[in-house]
Design a protein around this ligand. Structure first.
Ligand SMILES: Cc1ncc(COP(=O)(O)O)c(C=O)c1O
Length: 421
């Protein structure tokens, strides 16, 4: 029987619509999904853009079949370390000494002296007893949460939590509770509702879609009052926030109240992978119970060597963070003066809210044609009336880059907003 979704307006549908079975064969994509993707191909082609150069402040992508030079507001390369000459040189050197891959899971065969060195350096940087590395940030968050929680526990997650954290809780088969984003009263209610169980409150240092900080001080105070534990995902904040780069917990002065820290190497470190740092016993336990660690190949040594250098530069050159924040503050102030809605963002991750799907995709093409690369963020990643472009500012953007980006945004969005008023 043909699905009713086949004849729906594609912009009335979203990924949430295609999770029911439409055939007896699990290997067959739902025909209504395939139909939807084809019907909205002009919008879908904005995803998975091909980059033809480094993730620098200006780069080249393929657009409309041709190389296009763009201002890059799409990258997590917050401190410019992904293409820093010293980082590249370290990776080159490790390629000669250690080859391309680790060729084994860390527990049995994938651990090199470079991995051990990075574990020690991360632990020392964060003032923790020990640290362990994951080959992916997603796997690290999922593995840590699922490795720690048991069926009788409860995970209490901010309702804007990253999927890696939610999936980790689901995998552990524990109960899950959500609380309203950053709301201490809602967290208090959730903790009260789940009294009598081991409770892990899961929050983020900096939310990757909204670009606001986790309300760490108040949420941790509530967590402490209930005798619960807290886990902070510092994926987007590590190395880029706090005076010394130790993330949102340093920024808010609550490091001593966060026993287990998690971060990724894919953002400000400019590489790939993740880590968790904390008490030796907890890390030792996780080395056996975090499945993405135990049963998956270790990070390539060439990447580890690059991360070691990125950590060194990121800690020795605080001016990179200063520049990142100056750029973020400048961009925010200019967007505000243009009347552009950036939601609750206060950081270098800046949603530019459009609020209407088809219009967002049309405008995103227009921005790209004019040489500005921003990412479309659609429902269900954000609420339907908050669909947006996500713009990430980095330390490598010059004032000229930002001003040119702002001119393009003004020319494209401001008349469009007036037309639609
Ligand atoms: C909060 C959060 N946690 C985990 C991850 C996963 O990290 P990675 O991209 O390094 O796998 C992300 C990625 O964006 C994230 O935003």
């Amino acid at each position: 029987m043909e699905s009713a979704l086949m004849s729906e307006d594609p912009f009335k549908l979203s990924l949430g619509n295609f999770i029911a079975n439409e055939s007896d064969d699990p290997l067959q994509a739902p025909p209504s999904f395939t139909n939807w993707v084809r019907a909205s191909a002009w919008a879908a082609e904005l995803y998975e853009p091909e980059m033809l150069a480094t993730a620098d402040a200006r780069t080249t992508i393929r657009y409309d079949g041709k190389p296009l030079s763009v201002i890059n507001l799409c990258s997590y390369n917050y401190l410019g370390l992904a293409n820093h000459p010293e980082v590249i040189a370290s990776a080159h050197e490790a390629l000669k000494t250690h080859g391309l891959g680790a060729c084994g899971a860390p527990v049995l065969s994938g651990m090199t002296n470079l991995h051990r060195e990075l574990e020690r350096r991360v632990a020392k940087f964060l003032g923790r007893e020990d640290a362990m590395l994951f080959n992916s940030g997603f796997g690290g968050a999922l593995g840590t949460v699922s490795g720690l929680l048991r069926k009788s526990d409860v995970a209490i997650l901010d309702n804007r939590s990253h999927l890696s954290l939610r999936d980790g809780a689901i995998l552990s088969r524990c109960r899950t509770e959500k609380f309203e984003h950053n709301d201490p009263n809602s967290l208090d209610t959730a903790l009260n509702r789940q009294k009598g169980r081991r409770q892990l409150v899961i929050v983020e240092g900096l939310y990757s879609m909204d670009g606001d900080f986790g309300n760490l001080k108040e949420l941790i105070a509530v967590t402490d009052a209930h005798g619960a534990s807290v886990f902070v995902d510092e994926a987007h904040s590590m190395l880029a926030c706090g005076k010394n780069g130790r993330g949102a917990a340093e920024h808010f002065g609550v490091e001593d109240r966060v026993r287990l820290v998690y971060g990724t190497f894919s953002k400000a470190f400019g590489a790939l992978g993740g880590f968790v740092a904390g008490p030796k016993d907890t890390i030792e336990y996780l080395r056996f119970y975090a499945h993405p660690y135990v049963f998956s190949c270790a990070l390539p040594p060439v990447v580890v060597a690059g991360i070691l250098k990125a950590l060194e530069i990121g800690t020795k050159q605080p001016e990179l963070r200063t520049k990142l924040w100056e750029n973020a503050d400048y961009f925010h102030a200019q967007l505000r003066s243009l009347g552009i809605d950036t939601g609750t963002s206060t950081t270098y991750v800046i949603p530019i809210v459009i609020g209407e799907r088809e219009r967002m995709y049309r405008l995103c093409h227009e921005l790209r044609r004019r040489g500005l690369w921003v990412a479309p963020v659609d429902y269900p990643a954000v609420p339907l009336n908050r669909v947006c472009f996500r713009a990430c500012v980095t330390a490598k953007h010059t004032r000229a880059d930002l001003d040119e980006a702002l001119n393009i945004l003004e020319d494209t969005l401001v008349p469009a907003a007036l037309q639609n008023a």
